[in-house]
Unconditional design. Structure first.
Length: 763
């Protein structure tokens, strides 16, 4: 049979949406949720027996191991529709429960309900053994998360309406009849769901790739997939905790918190509202950032729910308790939706190879059944076994539910551990995914994304791109990368600036490298600058390549960016290009790069280049490059800024500071302090010519070796005598280098004293 095209799949998705919506109503009004638990409680069935009945549904999923190959051979769609229809009839048989109860008593009613649920569970297990590989076939992977969110939105809207009506019925009718009305409506919705699935494509017989191998051999081979095993174990632990929690939370709220049956049913609306408001976001996130981080975050968010239940105040009014319980249910809806959407997408896209979907899906469904069955069975037995626990510690109430909540929390932790060890499948790392909620301005990013897709004018695109960059949030990364290919030059230009202002990300680096390699002069120049702000090893390799570009501005910017990234391996190239380059603009770029990397190999050539420069701005930049070799950049900038505002006062204060520092160095050069005093007097009298001459002499006295610092001091003495006050950068360098030299002399003097001082005698 020909493989379905994505177009054929998409055209039939509305039928699947409708079928899932009606099935959700059927499921939650018959055998799942608070309604079914309250129905069993109304029959007078104990918690252990309730746990047993709830475990029948998942336990029957173990049949998938035995039926998977047969289901695939007969046809996925055919088997699904057949057994999906039969299970509706099984649930319809529950309508006879009041008659059985009235004629034969409680035990007979329990056996009747158990028989109906068992038959329903068998049919459900066979049908769902078919539906999972069928759904993998008929939903495109690239929209699977989004489709899951649409399915949840529609299904939960229908479920909210159904639960609201059910809560009204339970609150206004008495006896078992109120549940019969609800079950009748659920069966009708189930039949409508069956009709919708007739129109979903695909699901034909699956050819057996290994007809000579037994089904159990295929399953054994599937279990050798270590990543799949980790996924199944983690899934099982989360499923045990979640199933136990939702199975007995209605009874906890009714028996311990004091809510009525009607209020307990309406709590499900809080859960469905949580699903409704969050499912589109989680589906969008799973398609955009990958399944694993969404799945993990959902599990983390479910973790504190048992603690909230344990800490639930017992002395609240019914109104206040209902409101608080709805909040907990709402949080449960949000967290469980994240888990379910992420988990299902991971299953279909990352965990199960399409060519082995039958055996893998059989293991998945059987495992889910096993763990899902253990949960209510074990939880019911635990609650009955701890029924006599009653204690009060401070404001904590200890009862039969305390060990229950502790058990759930522990299993949650184990599940999260195993899920965290699964293969990421190219998904965003969890730490970066959490940056969506904590980094930058998430609300601004969301607003920018909405405007980005609905405001196509160029002016708006430029403005929105700028705002997306200012938001500095991972939500906007894809749009910023997309903006790099916008038809408008201004948008592409703004996107590069926005990326440079955003937190570094591998996808940004790759996109900027592509712009850099195109050598479109304006954009490549800015891409080189942006890579210097955010790049890594790949950016260094690309920038080294553009050092040979035919565009001088790109060569200069690439050199500066490489220095910003600390690429010391490029130093020989910078030296070579500085020595042979004739353009002052390019030479200053290479000089700045050498300065940032603190390379002093050609410091004399750099000093000669500084002396020959004519432009004051370039002179200052070259002086900054030289200062970086011997000292911190901030010291040069601090002195330079002071000279821009109050030259006379600042020069006098710095000279007086140098004079004070000479106290610890006079033993080496007695004339040094005298020169400093004379310079201070000259600066105070605003005799700048004499003051600068004395400052140069002061620097010359400090130049007592051939170190780079002393080379700068000697150069300052020479150029101050030559240029006097006309070259401000030499004055700045003189003060900075003199201060640095005196600091070094003082540090060496203190070190000498420490090494020559004898240790005290110990009596």
């Amino acid at each position: 049979m020909a493989e379905l095209t994505n177009l054929e799949k998409v055209r039939k998705l509305p039928w699947q949406l409708a079928g899932n919506a009606f099935n959700t109503v059927f499921f939650y009004t018959t055998v799942s949720g608070s309604i079914f638990v309250l129905f069993l409680n109304e029959l007078g069935i104990g918690k252990s027996k309730i746990g047993f009945l709830l475990s029948l549904l998942p336990f029957c999923g173990l049949t998938a191991i035995f039926t998977a190959r047969w289901v695939a051979h007969v046809g996925l769609k055919r088997i699904f529709l057949l057994f999906y229809g039969i299970r509706k009839l099984c649930i319809a048989c529950l309508l006879f429960t009041p008659l059985i109860l009235g004629k034969f008593g409680n035990n007979a009613a329990f056996l009747w309900v158990a028989s109906c649920i068992f038959c329903f569970s068998i049919c459900r297990a066979i049908a769902e053994t078919a539906v999972y590989p069928w759904m993998q076939e008929c939903i495109p992977d690239n929209i699977r998360g989004k489709f899951s969110s649409y399915t949840n939105i529609l299904a939960q809207l229908c479920a909210i309406i159904a639960i609201a009506i059910s809560g009204f019925i339970i609150g206004h009718f008495s006896g078992l009849n109120k549940f019969m009305y609800i079950i009748s409506g659920g069966v009708l919705c189930g039949l409508l769901s069956l009709w919708c699935f007739f129109f979903v494509p695909g699901g034909g017989p699956v050819p057996d790739s290994n007809p000579d191998d037994s089904q159990f051999k295929e399953i054994f081979v599937s279990l050798q997939d270590l990543n799949f095993c980790k996924f199944i174990i983690g899934l099982g632990c989360i499923l045990i905790s979640y199933s136990a929690l939702i199975s007995f939370m209605p009874l906890y709220m009714k028996d311990k918190i004091g809510l009525s049956s009607g209020h307990v049913v309406w709590l499900d609306i809080g859960t469905y509202l949580g699903i409704l408001v969050s499912c589109f976001f989680w589906g969008w996130c799973s398609d955009r950032f990958g399944s694993k981080p969404v799945m993990l975050l959902g599990a983390f968010l479910m973790l504190p729910i048992p603690l909230f239940c344990f800490l639930f105040p017992r002395d609240l009014s019914v109104s206040a308790a209902s409101q608080l319980a709805i909040i907990i249910s709402f949080l449960l809806g949000i967290s469980s939706t994240a888990w379910n959407i992420g988990m299902m997408r991971y299953l279909f896209v990352d965990a199960v190879p399409p060519q082995k979907k039958t055996s893998y899906m059989a293991i998945f469904y059987a495992s889910a059944g096993l763990f899902g069955g253990i949960a209510p069975l074990a939880a019911g037995a635990l609650l009955d076994a701890t029924e006599k626990i009653h204690a009060k510690f401070w404001f904590f109430t200890m009862d039969q539910y305390t060990p229950f909540f502790l058990f759930i929390t522990l299993i949650f932790f184990i599940g999260i551990f195993f899920i965290s060890k699964t293969r990421s499948g190219g998904a965003l790392p969890m730490k970066r995914f959490m940056g969506i909620f904590t980094q930058g301005n998430p609300l601004a990013a969301v607003g920018g994304l909405i405007r980005y897709h609905y405001m196509p004018e160029e002016k708006n695109r430029v403005s929105i791109t700028k705002k997306l960059g200012n938001a500095n949030n991972p939500l906007s990364s894809r749009e910023l990368i997309e903006a790099l290919t916008d038809p408008s030059f201004d948008v592409r230009y703004e996107a590069i600036i926005a990326i440079a202002n955003s937190k570094s990300a591998p996808e940004f680096e790759e996109a900027l490298i592509q712009i850099l390699n195109k050598e479109e002069p304006d954009l490549s120049f800015n891409a080189a600058w942006a890579l210097g702000c955010t790049g890594g090893e790949a950016a260094i390799q690309a920038l080294r390549h553009t050092l040979h570009s035919r565009y001088p501005s790109l060569r200069a910017k690439s050199a500066r960016s490489l220095a910003s990234l600390g690429d010391k391996k490029s130093i020989p190239l910078f030296i070579e290009y500085f020595l042979k380059e004739k353009s002052p603009g390019l030479k200053i770029a290479y000089a700045q790069s050498l300065g940032k990397l603190k390379c002093d190999k050609i410091i004399h050539e750099m000093l000669n280049f500084l002396a020959a420069l004519k432009d004051p701005v370039i002179q200052s930049e070259m002086a900054l490059a030289l200062s970086r070799i011997v000292d911190k950049e901030e010291n040069f900038i601090s002195i330079w800024r002071k000279f821009q505002t109050e030259y006379d006062i600042s020069a006098l204060k710095m000279m007086e500071s140098l004079k004070r520092q000479t106290k610890n160095t006079c033993y080496k050069n007695p004339d040094l302090r005298k020169i400093a005093e004379d310079a201070c007097i000259a600066f105070s009298k605003e005799d700048n010519t004499l003051a600068i001459q004395l400052l140069g002499k002061f620097c010359g006295c400090l130049a007592d070796s051939n170190s780079p610092l002393c080379a700068l001091l000697k150069e300052c003495q020479k150029r101050l005598n030559e240029f006097k006050t006309t070259r401000i950068e030499y004055i700045v360098l003189a003060f900075q280098c003199a201060e640095k030299k005196l600091d070094l002399i003082q540090a060496n003097s203190l070190q000498d004293k420490k090494t020559t001082t004898p240790a005290p005698d110990i009596q």
